[in-house]
Design a protein around this ligand. Structure first.
Ligand SMILES: CC(C)(COP(=O)(O)OP(=O)(O)OC[C@H]1O[C@@H](n2cnc3c(N)ncnc32)[C@H](O)[C@@H]1OP(=O)(O)O)[C@@H](O)C(=O)NCCC(=O)NCCS
Length: 467
C-alpha cells in the first residue's frame, strides 16, 4: 500500500456478529462503557516507521492482537505484537461465566450477585448454575444432586495410589496427583467433543473432589480414610470424611456445614485468574479435563494464588496483640512488608467476598469459640481502613483476610487451606473448560516471545571443546 494511505484492518463476519451481540447487551443494560455496540468504532494507529495509518476495529473495548500483526515495517519483518507479561491487559477469551467490576466491588456468577447466592443458594446449585449457565428447575436440581452423590466413590486403586505417598506429603500435591491420575481411570474422558461425555466427567470431578481432598487430609494424620456417606449433603459428607472416627454415623453441626458451603460458593469462580488460565491453557491442547484441572490445582498451589490466607495467620500471630498494631502498620507504610489479606489486582474496593466471610466467621465462632486472632484482625482492619496510606491506594480486605481464621477454627492445618479452595473452585474450572471446548474461536494457547538470545552459533562437539 502507498505510504500515507489508511488501511482498514479486519472486519470479518465473526466480529460483526460479536458487535451485534455487544450492541444488544449494551441496549439491555442501558450503558455503553466499552464502545461495545458502536458500529464502526475504531482505533487509528499511525506507524511512524512507515508513515502509514491503520483503522483497527474496536469491539467490546478490545482490539484484535491479530490486527496488530498485520502492521509491518516491511514485508520481511514480523508484524507488530503486544508485550504483556502476566496478561495484565490482554483478554484471552469471551466468557459468560463470571463478571467482576473491581472498582465497584461487584462479583456475579452468570449474572447473579455473589451476595444473593451466598445467602439463598447452596454450593451444588451454584455449581449447576456455573456449569449450565442457568438455575436448575426442581427436577434438574434433584437429578444433579443425585448424580453428584452417586459418583463420590473412587476406584480402590486411587486409594492405593494415595496411600503410596510419604507420611508428610502436602495434601495439595496429593490432590493434584490423584486428580491427574483419574484420567487413567476414565480414558473415555479424552473424547471432549461429546457433550454427554463432558457432562459425565464434570459430574465425576465435582463429586470426587471432596473424597480426594478429605483423604489427603487423613493421610497426613495417619488416620484411616473414610468412605463417602451418600445420605449426607455434599458439604456434610465432606466433613464426615474429614472428621469421622468410630461413630457409626457422623452428624456435623449444621451451622458449620452452612459456613463451609458458603465458603465453597465464594471460591467457586473468579473469571480469568491464574488457575482458570492454567486450566484453559492446558485444555486448549484438547487433553482430557482431569489433566486440565490438575494443572489448575498446580497453579492454585502457588503462594501468590491460593496461599495468602495462611500468610495472614502467620502475620496475625507475629503481631501477637492489639498494642503492637500501630508499630506493625508503620512498618507496612515504610515498605518493610505488606499487610497480608489486603489489596487485590482487580478489586479496588471492598472485596464482596470478604464481607460475606465476616458473617460466616461469626457463625463458625458461635460453634467453635472465637479464634483469639480475630480481635487483632478486626482492629487491624479498622485502623487500616482509616489510614491515609491504605485509603489512597484503595487497599481493602480481600477474601483471604478472614478465611484463614475460619479454617483454623474448624481445625484445618494451614496446608489444607488451598485444598478447600480447590474443592470450591472445581465447578468454576470446569465451567471455564466447558466453555473453552465449545468456543469455535479458541486455538491452542501459544503466546509469542521476544527472543533475547544468541543466533547462528557454530556447535563444537564436546570432545573438541574439552580437549
Ligand atoms: C494482591 C496484590 C498482589 C495485588 O497487587 P497489585 O495489584 O500488583 O498492586 P501493587 O503491588 O501494584 O500495589 C499498588 C500499591 O499498593 C501497595 N500495596 C498493595 N498491596 C499492599 C498491601 N497488602 N500492604 C501494603 N501495601 C500494599 C503497593 O506497595 C503499591 O504502593 P506504591 O504505589 O506506593 O508502590 C497485593 O495487593 C498484595 O500483595 N496483597 C497482599 C497479599 C494478598 O492478600 N494476596 C491475596 C490476594 S486475593
Amino acid at each position: 500500500m502507498a505510504p500515507g494511505r489508511r488501511a482498514r484492518l479486519g472486519d470479518d463476519p465473526i466480529r460483526q456478529a460479536h458487535r451485534l451481540r455487544a450492541a444488544a447487551r449494551t441496549h439491555r443494560r442501558g450503558v455503553d462503557v466499552t464502545d461495545a455496540g458502536t458500529p464502526g468504532a475504531s482505533l487509528t494507529i499511525r506507524d511512524n516507521r512507515t508513515g502509514q495509518e491503520y483503522d483497527v476495529p474496536i469491539v467490546d473495548g478490545t482490539i484484535r492482537a491479530a490486527d496488530l500483526g498485520k502492521i509491518k515495517s516491511d514485508d520481511e519483518q514480523p508484524g507488530l505484537a503486544v508485550y504483556d507479561p502476566g496478561f495484565t491487559n490482554t483478554a484471552s477469551c469471551r466468557s459468560s461465566v463470571t463478571y467482576i467490576d473491581g472498582d465497584k466491588g461487584i462479583l456475579e456468577y452468570r449474572g447473579y450477585p455473589i451476595e444473593q447466592l451466598a445467602e439463598h443458594s447452596n454450593f451444588l446449585e451454584v455449581a449447576y448454575l456455573l456449569i449450565h449457565g442457568e438455575l436448575p428447575t426442581k427436577e434438574q436440581y434433584e437429578a444433579w444432586e443425585h448424580e453428584i452423590t452417586f459418583h463420590t466413590f473412587v476406584h480402590e486403586n486411587v486409594k492405593s495410589l494415595m496411600q503410596g505417598f510419604r507420611y508428610d506429603a502436602h495434601p495439595m500435591g496429593m490432590l493434584m496427583a490423584s486428580v491427574g491420575a483419574l484420567s487413567t481411570f476414565y480414558p473415555a474422558a479424552g473424547n471432549i467433543h461429546d457433550a454427554d461425555n463432558r457432562h459425565m466427567q464434570i459430574v465425576r470431578m465435582i463429586a470426587k473432589m471432596p473424597t480426594l481432598g478429605a483423604w489427603s487430609f487423613r493421610h497426613a494424620q495417619g488416620k484411616p480414610y473414610v468412605y463417602p456417606d451418600n445420605d449426607l449433603s455434599y458439604t456434610a459428607n465432606f466433613l464426615s470424611m474429614l472428621f469421622k472416627m468410630s461413630e457409626s454415623k457422623y452428624q456435623p453441626d449444621e451451622r458449620l456445614v452452612k459456613a463451609l458451603d458458603v465458603l465453597f460458593i465464594l471460591h467457586a469462580d473468579h473469571e480469568q485468574n491464574c488457575s482458570a488460565n492454567a486450566v484453559r491453557s492446558v485444555g486448549s491442547s484438547q487433553v482430557d479435563p482431569y489433566s486440565s484441572v490438575a494443572a489448575g490445582i498446580g497453579a492454585l498451589f502457588g503462594p501468590l494464588h491460593g496461599g495468602a490466607n495462611e500468610a495472614v495467620l502467620r502475620m496475625l500471630r507475629r503481631i501477637g496483640s492489639k498494642e503492637n498494631i500501630p508499630a506493625f502498620i508503620e512498618g507496612v507504610k515504610n515498605g518493610d512488608e505488606r499487610l497480608m489479606g489486603f489489596g487485590h489486582r482487580v478489586y479496588k474496593n471492598y472485596d464482596p467476598r470478604a464481607r460475606i466471610i465476616k458473617k460466616a466467621a461469626d457463625d463458625v465462632f458461635e460453634v467453635t469459640g472465637v479464634n483469639p486472632l480475630l480481635e487483632i484482625a478486626q482492629e487491624l482492619e479498622k485502623i487500616a481502613l482509616e489510614d491515609e496510606y491504605f485509603v489512597k491506594r484503595k487497599l481493602y480486605p480481600n477474601v483471604d483476610f478472614y478465611s484463614g481464621l475460619i479454617y483454623e477454627a474448624l481445625e484445618f492445618p494451614p496446608e489444607m487451606f488451598t485444598v478447600l479452595f480447590a474443592i470450591g473452585r472445581t465447578p468454576g474450572w470446569l465451567a471455564q473448560w466447558n466453555e473453552l471446548v465449545q468456543d469455535k474461536e479458541q486455538k491452542i494457547a501459544r503466546p509469542k516471545q521476544i527472543y533475547t538470545g544468541d543466533r547462528g552459533l557454530t556447535f563444537t562437539p564436546a570432545a573438541e571443546r574439552w580437549a
